[in-house]
Design a protein around this ligand. Structure first.
Ligand code: FAD
Length: 231
């Protein structure tokens, strides 16, 4: 096997083993692909440098290169696309469902931080929470947080009880949660004022992590287009 996985493989530079989606018969496109488990110390495998990115910085990512790597047959898990395709769809559904839960949680964290700060920070003689514009912001943020949490919970419960689950629901739940996390984090930063930009407070990190989530595991736009096929 010869080729390269993108610079974005999570845990790419530190993993000891990888599940690799490989081309077996390129002329058949996706139908000629299979899945194998590869120990990453086989001759011909090398790794790139960890990616230096804006958000989710503790998440290691990097390239894996394959140069004429011979993969023993025993490491091949699926060589028949009709078997691996439902598995890939199931992984896709599970990953998006997980993302929806994670980023509904991040949206709530940003909201909780902003609410607490608004009660502590005094400007104009009162805690800023008492100013109408801040209350309005907080209620709009609360709407987004609770909408994201509701859909994430409903999708998780349905998908856990009905494997392999609903891919369109998983995709919209991921989209709603990650966009809620980003918007709520941005509004939280506004409520923190200048402190929102300072690394002394966690809002700037939440904002950066939330921004990455709209691209992570597929851009929300590309996921929506893929999910629409299964409506
Ligand atoms: C935190 C994080 C973790 C990640 N983890 C992994 C990982 O573990 N493994 C891995 O392989 N990748 C991972 N990625 C990479 C991620 O999956 C890709 O960055 C993402 O799928 C977008 O692909 P791209 O960067 O090549 O952008 P492109 O595909 O070049 O897209 C660029 C823009 O064009 C749009 N676009 C692209 N194609 C179309 C189309 N056909 N129709 C309409 N619009 C289109 C996109 O929506 C986007 O706005 C991760 C990314 C992040 C941020």
């Amino acid at each position: 096997m010869t080729g390269q996985k993108s610079a974005w493989v999570s845990d790419g530079t530190i993993a000891t083993h990888a599940t690799v989606h490989v081309n077996l018969e390129p002329s058949k496109g996706m139908h000629g692909t299979g899945i194998c488990v590869v120990p990453l110390d086989l001759p011909g495998i090398s790794k790139g440098k960890p990616l230096n990115k804006m958000g989710q910085r503790p998440l290691n990512q990097g390239e894996i290169f394959f140069e004429e790597v011979k993969i023993p047959k025993k490491f091949m898990v699926f060589s028949d696309y009709s078997i691996s395709q439902p598995l890939i769809k199931g992984i896709f559904t599970g990953a998006n469902t997980g993302m929806s839960v994670l980023f509904a949680g991040l949206a709530k964290a940003a909201f909780d931080e902003a609410l607490k700060y608004s009660r502590d920070r005094v400007q104009g003689g009162v805690p800023i929470f008492e100013h109408q514009n801040i209350k309005l912001k907080l209620m709009n943020m609360f709407t987004l947080v609770e909408s994201a949490r509701s859909l994430a919970r409903r999708t998780s419960a349905f998908n856990a009880a009905n494997p392999p689950g609903s891919l369109p629901h998983a995709v919209i739940a991921k989209g709603l949660s990650t966009e809620a996390a980003f918007k709520v984090a941005s509004e939280a930063m506004q409520i923190f004022g200048g402190n929102g930009l300072s690394k002394e407070y966690c809002i700037e990190k939440i904002f950066r992590d939330a921004r990455a989530s709209m691209i992570e595991d597929g851009t929300n736009e590309a996921l929506a287009l893929s999910g629409a096929v299964f409506l």
